[in-house]
Design a protein. Structure first.
Length: 279
């Protein structure tokens, strides 16, 4: 069994360095469970890049739902991440509802159609990133951490903005249609790589939402038990991403990167203080 948890740790170390490092600030006896959760998230997040047709992605997502609910026990035991996660769900009594919502939300990733509204983006963020934070917090001993909601939304929107240039280059647009319309931006122009004042303003609007949710999470961090610090710690990186995006605001199609050492330093500082820093 330990081999499947080592497999999960290797996946997270390679594909999600921020959560990998954050888990190190949690108790050693719970890190394997955290890595199983995060490896599952990596697996479902990259389904889009591994399939040629949305239907194939739907099939994979359904497989995960059935594997976690116990409908595919033999197949789940043969899949290292599923095997580890099923064991974690049973050991910690994690609610399948949170996994079902996360899997259902990932259906959005399979298409290229832009979300219709900001509310839709926030629901997606809540059911993916926020649910993952809540699951991690439950592993660490918290029942319903209030910080999970705004922290996950802030992280998810910052991540979508971080990937904006790469997604647009692949024909995918994640800026809400109503926000583009409000600023007079044509989706076709965005996918053609044409910047405009309207697009800059629309992206700034999304940054503002991420910043507001971050401040909500930051306030709640002070009220959250320190034992669940490792669950919310990745949100401390949101200011780094938002500031980097702000510096390149007039060049929305230029990829934005934040040095790894800066990210590690921000994680360490937030863990030491017990709450994330100001924007």
């Amino acid at each position: 069994m330990q081999d499947v948890f080592s497999h999960c740790e290797a996946i997270v170390r390679a594909a999600d360095k921020d959560r990998f490092l954050s888990a190190l600030f949690g108790p050693a006896e719970h890190r394997g469970a955290l890595y199983a959760l995060y490896a599952f998230n990596v697996e479902v997040a990259r389904i889009r890049d591994r399939v040629k047709e949305p239907l194939a992605g739907e099939v994979r997502l359904q497989w995960w739902r059935e594997a976690l609910s116990g409908e595919r026990p033999i197949e789940a035991r043969g899949h290292p991440v599923a095997c580890a996660l099923v064991e974690v769900i049973g050991r910690y009594g994690l609610p399948l509802r949170l996994f079902d919502e996360l899997i259902e939300a990932r259906r959005f990733d399979l298409g290229d159609e832009a979300p219709g509204s900001l509310d839709q983006i926030e629901r997606y963020a809540g059911h993916t990133s926020s649910n993952l934070i809540e699951l991690a917090a439950r592993v660490l001993g918290a029942a319903t951490p209030k910080i999970a909601g705004p922290a996950g939304v802030s992280m998810s929107i910052a991540g979508l903005l971080h990937r904006f240039a790469a997604d647009a280059a692949r024909g995918r647009l994640v800026v809400p249609a109503d926000l583009l319309e409000r600023h007079g931006v044509s989706p076709q122009d965005v996918l053609a790589g044409q910047s405009s004042d309207g697009l800059v303003a629309a992206l700034a609007g999304l940054r503002d939402v991420a910043a507001r949710r971050y401040e909500e999470a930051r306030a709640l961090a002070a009220e959250t038990e320190r034992k669940v610090l490792a669950a919310w710690l990745p949100v401390s990186l949101v200011p780094l991403d938002l500031r980097a995006l702000q510096r390149r605001a007039r060049q929305p199609f230029v990829p934005v990167e934040v040095a790894q050492w800066r990210r590690q330093w921000a994680l360490w500082r937030a863990a030491r203080k017990g709450f994330p820093g100001a924007l």
